[in-house]
Structures are given as C-alpha cells and as structure tokens.
Design a protein around this ligand. Structure first.
Ligand SMILES: Cc1ncc(COP(=O)(O)O)c(C=O)c1O
Length: 390
C-alpha cells in the first residue's frame, strides 16, 4: 500500500539546501541527497492549512506569540513526556544552533570550557569556537554495538573546570536516546562539579517505537534548576525553514542571563514560524506516531539491506532521530576516498562521519527521512559501488 510517507515531494527548484545545493556542496547536482537533516515528506496537512490560512490574511505586521503557541507546547510535553513546563520558563528563539551561541555567550566565561560527548553534531564545535570558548570532548564508546558514555573520562573532564556541558538527547549522529539512569548520572555529575547543562532535545519527538525519551529536567528539582533545554518543531514536523524553536529554563537566574543575551540582539520569531509551532503541537500527535512508524521501517530496511548486500558495512537501528550511522571502516579506505566513492561512484550525498569528530573516521551519516523507494535506490547504488572493493 502506498501511504502518505511513500510519496515524497519534488523539492528541486524550491531553494532547498538538501536538493538545490548539491552542486555547490558536493560538486554534482545529480546525487541522491541523504545529508542535511530535513525530510522529503510533505508537511502534516493541518500544518500546511494553518500556514495557508494565515497567509491568506493580507497583513503581516509585527506579531506576538499567541496563548495557544505556549499552551500547545506545554500540553504536548505534559502528555507525551510527563514533563511539566510553566509558561514563564519558555523563551522563543529562531533556532537551536542560534540559541546555543547565546547560551554559551551568556553562561560561559570568555575562554571557558564547553564539553560534549563525541562524535556529535558539528555546530557544537564551531559555535563553541566562534564564541571564543574551549572545546572539551569525551569520546563515546561502542559496547556491543551500542554507544555509551565513558563515565570515568566524563567525570575527570567535568572536574577540570568545564563550565557548560552540551547534551544531544537523542544524540546526533549515533541515535542514542539516553536512558533515565544515564541522564540522572550525568545530571548529578554536572551538579557535583558545578557544570550547567544545555540539553539540545531538538530530536526528542523522533523516538523509535520501543524507545523512551526522558527530558533531563524531570529527573530532580536540582537537575531541572541546572538545565537549559531546547526543543523545536523543526525536525519533527519538517519546518526547519520556518526558524521557530523553544528554550525552557526553570532557573530564573539562568533564564535572566540567557534572556538578556537574546534581547541584546533583538531577535524575534517570524509570524509564520509561530503559527506553524502552534499548529504542529496542537494537532501533531497522530502524525508523529505515523512518521516514527515509517522511520522505524526505513531503519530496519537499511539494516536488513546492509546485512544482505553490504555485509562489511556495520549499522544499527537508531533509538531516535532519522539519522543512521554507517560504519564503513572494514573497507580501510582513507576518509576522503570513502566519501569520494560514495559521491562519484554511488552517486549519493551522505555526511562525512569525520565532521562529527575523529571518532567518526570510517563512518558516514545517512538521513533516512525520505521514501523507502528512494532509500532503497540509494542503498542499491552504494552496494554496486562497493561491490568491487577488496
Ligand atoms: C542536535 C541538533 N541540534 C540543532 C540542530 C539544528 O537546529 P536549528 O536548525 O534550530 O538551528 C540540528 C539539526 O540537525 C541537530 O541535529
């Protein structure tokens, strides 16, 4: 049966970063794109209707976030995550990366240390450096095919003067949804060493059936008061182009500091971004359920395909996100040659694993937020390109 998610839209010619910048980014406009983290599906119909309805009213002047914009987000979190948020804890921000810059600026002293577990989303590195702060990383360890935190290393580094820990929950690119136990341990360690946590939970609605997401602040009052949390409808509902994200900061002192930094640049959210967030959290629960069911089947398809046709590529079904982490290290290709082979021979655009940290050498990131048909086509092209490698 051909369902909603089997029919992707032709995004070429829509100024889409993923599709229309292939020539500029990868040197070839004809690649199948499995890179930047957005999806090829149509948006949820109620969301498109909300935008169209607002666009139909010919007045686009200064606007503010409606009561429903806040309430739908609060209700979403309380129903899905048993996470109770107060209206005054919420700040609106254009994006999570943009917010991370403000947060670092507001909460870390110049030249201070910011830590995260790697491999991880590339802007964690760049934003920290752009803000003139030091990057400290702790490598995740693979244990029985599953990434885990290295507790001894984390504790030693936190004790060494780190001011802010950035958490990716779920973790891009390795797809872990951190467990309650892991989060409690990490949250308590940060409290012990006086390290504030910025929890980037942008992928937290994209949880594979069978996994459970826990927002860090539900674990204790002390942890809640030590956490700045980011969420957004951008990944979940595929509206990254609308630049509309949320910060939740329960601690008034931290909130004031971040708010002051935000205000100093006078950033506002676009009115369509506000409307989209309101509609997404108001009507999106069922759609997200169907989306994650589809994504799970996509991930299982990749794992099965690799087992049958690319047995030297190791991969696993992620617990969250629509990003898969493919281990090509068995081919022993230098990283540039691996990426070149994927591009020039397989004709696919994946993200270079080494961009997430040195732990990613030998890996590539595959975005499965597309139709199963396009995914299978890309996999077949990869299999035929690698068939001749010794
Ligand atoms: C962990 C993580 N944070 C932030 C972002 C991007 O956030 P934004 O577009 O809101 O800046 C991404 C996008 O892939 C991501 O994976």
């Amino acid at each position: 049966m051909h369902g909603f998610f089997d029919t992707i839209v032709d995004r070429r010619g829509t100024d889409s970063l993923k599709w229309d910048k292939l020539k500029e980014r990868y040197g070839d406009a004809d690649l199948l794109p499995f890179w930047v983290a957005d999806m090829d599906f149509r948006v949820m119909p109620q969301l498109a209707e909300a935008i169209a309805a607002r666009a139909a009213h010919p007045s686009y002047g200064y606007s503010f976030a409606s009561k429903e914009y806040y309430q739908n987000f609060i209700d979403w979190n309380s129903a899905r995550n048993q996470y109770d948020i107060l209206r005054e804890e919420i700040l609106s921000v254009p994006g999570v990366v943009c917010a991370s810059a403000f947060i670092i600026h507001a909460l870390v002293s110049p030249g201070g240390k910011v830590m995260f577990c790697s491999p991880v989303y590339t802007p964690f590195y760049s934003v920290t450096k752009e803000q003139g702060r030091q990057v400290v990383t702790s490598s995740l360890r693979i244990n029985n095919g599953r990434y885990e935190m290295d507790w001894a290393d984390i504790e030693a580094k936190l004790a060494g003067g780190v001011e802010l820990l950035i958490l990716s929950n779920p973790h891009n690119p390795i797809g872990r949804v951190w467990s309650r136990e892991e989060l409690k341990k990490l949250g308590d360690l940060c409290l012990r060493y006086g390290v504030i946590v910025f929890s980037d939970d942008i992928h937290s609605d994209l949880i594979m059936p069978g996994s459970t997401y826990t927002p860090l602040p539900v674990l204790s009052e002390a942890i809640k008061n030590n956490t700045v949390l980011a969420m957004a409808p951008s990944k979940t509902f595929n509206i990254a182009g609308l630049n509309s994200s949320y910060l939740v900061i329960a601690n008034p002192t931290l909130r004031k500091k971040v708010h002051k930094a935000l205000q100093s640049f006078h950033l506002d959210i676009n009115l369509f971004g506000l409307k989209a967030a309101e509609a997404a959290y108001g009507a999106g629960a069922q759609w997200v359920g169907e989306l994650t069911d589809y994504l799970l089947k996509n991930a299982q398809t990749v794992v099965r395909f690799c087992a049958e046709h690319l047995p030297r590529v190791k991969t696993f079904v992620p617990e969250g996100t629509y990003l898969m982490w493919l281990d090509f290290s068995d081919y022993r290709l230098p990283q540039a040659a691996l990426m070149q082979k994927l591009q020039a021979e397989a004709k696919v655009a994946l993200n270079d694993g080494s961009h997430y940290g040195p732990e990613g050498i030998g890996f590539a990131r595959l975005n499965i937020g597309t139709s199963r048909e396009m995914l299978l086509q890309g996999l077949a092209q990869i299999a035929s390109a690698f068939a001749s490698v010794n």
